[in-house]
Design a protein around this ligand. Structure first.
Ligand code: ADP
Ligand code: MG
Length: 708
């Protein structure tokens, strides 16, 4: 390590070790933040800003403000509450405030002596004693030093990791910026969201280098619009957001292109087989189903792997579309795998497929976690020998020991329950005869077009936008817990009429155990209040066999009222169930509620969904529930969810890891997607040389190692 390191003009990919003070050890820590090169350093952007350019009088503080105060210590005490804490009361000539520390030393306590003058940086919170600053950064001031030494610009607050402080990063980034003025930001295309409405049109012209936006965003001027910056709406932020989204989009489009280089078995439709199947169905396909089947047919004819996302609202009839897709492969003596997210659904599919396929002489197998070793071995063997033509199962299908004879089509139901890796692991189960299997991914989650564009740009997309004829929309009512007795009467009445009902207990603090317990209690209570009814119970804590047994009984009409947790969310089909009560619906996302509600209204009887809200529901919570009442259109519901809860909720990526953008926020920036998509397409055709540097800048953080 020397202090005379050179950084060349095109040194954007220079290793951070070229900076003064960065040795191997610090470089290791920086790697944890994805920072390898000077470029990475410059694009490590603040997530927050604090205004340390001026002192705020205590009297005018609001909660949740990042502030500087200067005050005199009036007293410091250790308080023994839920947690031991050090409370320091401070005062200026406009008011008093408490500083609260949970970790503190005796020495620290001693310096906060009565009469000492201090300057604190921190965020105001409403605490036990009025407004408080938790663990503020602070410095003691000598008697008359007030208002000197404040910052000249807004203070950036960076994502940090253990062993790297804010100050350390600030210094390093400042240093990187001194080199960056002449950098060639390769791939920079001066992207600005130009069709923003007139009144919010950015007040700057498109910068001709990224230096200016970066320098500004790392140290915004004293008079910058802090609210705008915090909202990510500064035009300089937008320039970068456009770039980031475009880079991400390009990456997905590239994945798509790579896929088109791969080989798959072409599976042209066998019309005779298809007709035979359709004739035996007992209903005619909706025109939406027909259109989607046609999309799939067109894909499967080709010798490149299909990768199609099929969205269809609950009850729109995706299963039969899956069966029609499967017939393509079967007609060519190829195998099909169908993945379901739960045992219950796998079993339901197996029954359906056996009913449909056995008369056609097609061999249907199954692989689930609950199977005994012997049975599983037999299933494995039948798959490997190619006896099984369609296999339906759960996660058990991902195992390495599952070998296919000639797998040509993978169908994944309710895809948001599976992670990308699991999806990919099935893709690898093809072999030299089949190449990459075709893939059909089915989801009931309505994905707004803009979101689909950003998250699934690598997939083709079809929608079943029509329900089978004769369905009566579910009527939804929102009722307070206090009216529970009346609702229970209503269940009694419905079941006396020969119908069936669900009672759904929702998740408590993400705990399956608590949820199961609540369901048990509800079931006991309901059984004693409704002695004439048979009450069943199903929750995630039951053994798969037990779950299945209960579901089978409910399906067979042997259970009148099924008390359940959210395990019944996806796919379960019991057309005679016409009433669903959801307790504490405010705990769930709208998309999830919509899925649950889709369990009723599957037959030709008018159905009802009662949202039995708790007394703690917020105003916002109630608004969301109203959206459920006013529409049964899954897409509209998803739009509301997207606004209120963010894309993670809609895409169901909470389990699989959110897309980790440096700057963009899909919820906030989704409106940019059409523009982003157009840019990405244009870059591919007109400026392909920009793709690599853009991807290097925004996505490549963990893949490149710099040349110092
Ligand atoms: P989802 O799209 O939610 O998976 P399913 O495939 O389970 O929906 O279908 C829901 C119900 O509608 C099933 O009982 C299915 O047999 C029936 N169904 C599917 N398509 C049609 C149609 N075209 N006409 C009438 N009923 C249909
Ligand atoms: Mg389904």
């Amino acid at each position: 390590m020397t202090s005379t390191k050179q950084v060349s003009k095109n040194g954007i990919l220079t290793s951070v070790t070229a900076l003064k003070g960065v040795g191997a050890q610090l470089a290791k820590k920086l790697e944890k933040l994805g920072i390898y090169t000077l470029q990475d350093m410059l694009f490590h952007l603040p997530r927050q800003y604090a205004d340390r350019t001026r002192v705020t009088p205590i009297g005018s503080l609001q909660p949740n403000q990042s502030v500087v105060i200067e005050a005199e210590v009036r007293g410091t005490d250790v308080v023994f509450g839920k947690r031991r804490s050090l409370i320091c009361r401070v005062q200026d000539n406009t008011g008093t405030l408490s500083l609260r520390f949970y970790h503190f030393s005796n020495a620290q306590r001693a310096t906060l002596a009565t009469g000492a003058r201090i300057r604190c940086y921190g965020e105001t919170r409403r605490g036990a004693s009025g407004l408080e600053l938790y663990h503020p950064e602070y410095q003691l001031l000598s008697s008359n030093a007030a208002h000197s030494g404040l910052e000249e610009t807004l203070t950036p607050i960076y994502p940090v990791t253990e062993g790297i402080t804010q100050n350390r990063l600030r210094t390093l980034i400042k240093q990187a910026l001194t080199h960056a003025k002449d950098f060639d930001f390769r791939g920079y295309l001066a992207l600005l969201p130009t069709d923003t409405p007139e009144e919010s049109a950015p007040a700057i012209s498109i910068p001709n280098s990224l230096f200016e936006p970066l320098a500004y965003l790392h140290a915004p001027a004293k008079d910058a619009d802090l609210a705008q910056l915090l909202a990510g709406e500064h035009p300089y932020q937008q320039v970068l957001i456009m770039e980031e989204l475009t880079a991400y989009q390009l990456n997905l489009l590239r994945l798509r292109e790579q896929r088109q280089q791969q080989a798959a078995v072409p599976l042209a439709v066998d019309k005779a087989l298809e007709d035979q199947f359709i004739q035996a169905l007992g209903f005619t396909l909706t025109s939406a189903q027909q259109r989607v089947v046609e999309d799939i047919s067109q894909d499967l004819r080709l010798s490149i792997p299909m990768m199609r996302l099929l969205q269809g609202d609950v009850g729109s009839g995706k299963t039969v579309v899956a069966a029609l897709a499967a017939l393509h492969a079967i007609a060519h003596q190829q195998q099909v795998v169908i993945m379901a997210p739960t045992e219950i659904l796998a079993e339901q599919h197996r029954l359906n497929f056996e009913k449909w396929f056995s008369p056609l002489g097609i061999c249907v197998g199954s692989l689930t976690g609950k199977q005994k070793v012997k049975e599983r071995r037999e299933q494995h063997a039948a798959l490997e020998q190619g006896v099984t033509q369609v296999v339906i199962g759960t996660h058990a299908l991902f195992q390495d020991s599952v070998v296919f004879n000639r797998l040509a089509l993978v169908i994944i139901d309710e895809q948001h329950r599976f992670g990308v890796h699991q999806r990919l692991s099935l893709r690898n189960k093809g072999n030299e005869h089949t190449g990459i299997p075709h893939q059909l991914i089915m989801t009931a989650t309505p994905i707004p077009r803009t979101l689909a564009m950003s998250a699934y740009a690598d997939l083709d997309y079809s929608v079943i936008d029509e329900l089978p004829k004769g369905r009566i929309p579910v009527e939804t009512v929102i009722i307070s817990q206090q009216k529970r007795p009346e609702i229970i009467q209503r269940i009694d009445y419905a079941c006396q009429q020969g119908r069936q009902a669900y009672w759904v207990c929702t998740l408590i603090e993400n705990s399956e155990a608590l949820e199961a317990q609540a369901a048990e209690e509800a079931a006991t209570l309901l059984a004693s209040t409704l002695p004439n009814l048979t009450v069943g119970l199903v929750h995630g804590r039951l053994k798969p066999v037990e779950k299945e047994q209960v579901m089978a009984q409910f399906k067979a009409g042997e259970i009148d009222l099924l008390v359940a947790t959210t395990v019944i969310e996806v796919g379960v089909d019991v057309p005679n169930a016409s009433l669903m009560i959801i307790e504490n619906p405010e705990r769930l996302g709208l998309a999830q509620l919509h899925q649950l509600r889709g369990r009723v209204g599957r037959g030709s009887i008018a159905s009802h969904c009662v949202l039995l809200y708790g007394d703690k529901v917020s105003l916002n919570g109630k608004e969301r529930l109203k959206a459920m009442r006013s529409t049964s259109d899954g897409f509209k519901i998803a739009e509301v969810d997207l606004q209120l809860r963010g894309p993670g909720e809609v895409l169901g990526t909470r389990q699989t890891g959110d897309i980790d953008f440096a700057l963009a926020d899909l919820r906030r920036d989704l409106y940019l997607m059409p523009k982003v998509n157009a840019y990405a397409q244009a870059i591919i055709t007109l400026f392909p040389e920009h793709i690599a540097p853009l991807s290097e800048r925004w996505l490549g953080k963990n893949t490149h190692y710099a040349q110092a």
